[in-house]
Design a binder for this molecule. Structure first.
Ligand SMILES: *Cc1c(COP(=O)(O)O)cnc(C)c1O
Length: 448
């Protein structure tokens, strides 16, 4: 019989609370203030609903993540994933901490340039880059991560028309033990396509191959997938050294670390199950350091972490609109923000709290948003106290993807404010008005 490999035991703190003879406590601690400002005051000043982002939390989370990697590995660089939250104030906080920019469209590329990010510190990812986007990024010396052969050929053409050597990497997809496979972006590792692409780049001699990239998925709950990814990327790097005597400058391991949010249907809360930055860092850096890469060639390690760096910093607060009983007797609470503003409610069981003290009595409740649309459900089932019409609520941990994936549907998008490290609030995106929307519309003469 084969001996099972030894696995180091771990002790992990559970935050769920011990069940007593009355079961697990369902009491929801209210959130009455954010960074020292009472929720009622924020709503009075900025409207209901409204988003708040904590600068203190962003900076602290960034420093935690940076420390986890830089204490284990000598060369680390973060690149802020614009699509996770591209409000300029948020991007500027990450840039001021030292982050480069990671963008996936011409629009995001232009945003990064307008935010003052130097061209050579912009990583341009994604499956669709227009000819003018590519030309611009070649001229600016940005790092272009090639997604497919058609793009590779276009860049070869552009290298000759611009007479500039583009700086490129390829995106690699692979089997990391997580299914379904994310194989639609980049070149596949297992079937040899990635190695083929690297050889073509080396042989055409018109480009500078500077890195290798993978982004294996999002909300990854396991660190072992990153061990596999880092090992496979290191393997490609070693192949390049062996065959072409070419040393690439960086390995970019992408983003995808889970935040502490709880996925819909998960048994344990995300606060208990999500690996820490230290866990991810340990998996990634040890895989690279254990590889055959020579110490003098150790590549820069780039991380494009989005979600795990910003989710905790965001809050959405607002007002209860009504309570009613559904046909089967369940309680329904209607609030003034729905899936139009909280896109991630489709995936997460969001941590929604009263903003004032409530009774200890909770009841299984469905929380609906304000939209006239059946799928507008913020929480389908939550043990929740009775909040009366006009009471306030706060949804925690909503900084990732909501300020980019929100939609203007039925209602207008509200103010987003930043609470700075001194506890002062600033509007960083103004609420939409009817004019904002109408401004872009044109009614033909004959319909006026
Ligand atoms: C979306 C994206 C990221 C960020 O992913 P998170 O899951 O938010 O960490 C990083 N890199 C690429 C290429 C992406 O598309």
């Amino acid at each position: 019989m084969e001996k099972l490999p030894f696995e180091r035991p771990i002790i992990q703190k559970l935050n769920a609370g011990l069940p007593s003879k009355f079961g697990i406590s369902t009491h929801l601690e209210p959130i009455t203030q954010i960074e020292g400002i009472p929720v009622t005051e924020l709503i009075e000043r900025y409207g209901s609903p409204t988003f708040a982002i904590s600068e203190t939390t962003i900076r602290k989370t960034y420093k935690d993540a940076y420390r986890a990697f830089s204490s284990r590995y000598p060369k680390v660089q973060f690149a802020w994933s614009y699509k996770t939250n591209y409000l300029n104030a948020v991007c500027q906080i990450f840039h001021s901490e030292g982050s480069w920019a990671e963008v996936v469209s011409g629009f995001e590329y232009d945003k990064a340039i307008a935010n003052g990010v130097p061209g050579e510190k912009i990583i341009f990812n994604g499956p669709y880059k227009t000819t003018s986007d590519l030309t611009k990024s070649i001229e600016n010396g940005s790092l272009i991560h090639i997604d497919h052969f058609d793009e590779l050929y276009e860049i070869i053409d552009l290298a000759s028309t611009t007479k500039i050597r583009p700086k490129v990497a390829i995106r690699v997809n692979m089997d990391t033990g997580i299914y379904p496979l994310w194989d639609r972006f980049g070149f596949n590792y297992e079937n040899g396509e990635a190695w083929d692409a690297l050889n073509r780049i080396m042989l055409c001699k018109e480009m500078d191959l500077v890195g290798i990239h993978s982004h294996i998925g999002t909300y990854m709950m396991t660190t072992s997938a990153y061990t596999v990814a880092a090992t496979k990327l290191a393997d490609l790097m070693i192949g390049l050294e062996r065959k072409h005597k070419h040393t690439i400058k960086y390995i970019d391991i992408g983003g995808g670390f889970a935040s502490k949010n709880t996925l819909r249907g998960a048994f344990y809360p995300g606060t208990d199950t999500t690996p820490s930055f230290d866990d991810f860092a340990e998996a990634i850096t040890s895989a690279i350091m254990k590889s055959e890469i020579k110490p003098e060639n150790l590549p820069l390690l780039i991380l494009e972490t989005g979600r795990a760096l910003i989710d905790d910093a965001g809050y959405l607060m607002g007002t209860v609109v009504a309570n009613k009983r559904l046909a089967d007797g369940r309680r329904a609470t209607i609030i003034d923000a729905g899936v139009n503003l909280l896109f991630t409610a489709f995936w997460y069981e969001h941590d929604i709290r009263p903003a004032q003290h409530t009774s200890e009595q909770t009841e299984d409740t469905t929380i609906y948003g304000p939209l006239c649309m059946n799928i507008d459900v913020v929480r389908s089932s939550i043990m929740f106290p009775l909040l009366k019409k006009g009471d306030h609520y706060v949804v925690k941990r909503i900084g990732a993807y909501n300020n980019t994936q929100w939609m203007q549907f039925i209602t207008l998008r509200p103010n987003v404010m930043l609470i700075d490290t001194q506890g002062k609030a600033h509007v960083i995106k103004k609420a939409e008005t009817l004019e904002t929307i109408n401004h872009l519309e044109v009614v033909p003469e004959h319909l006026k």
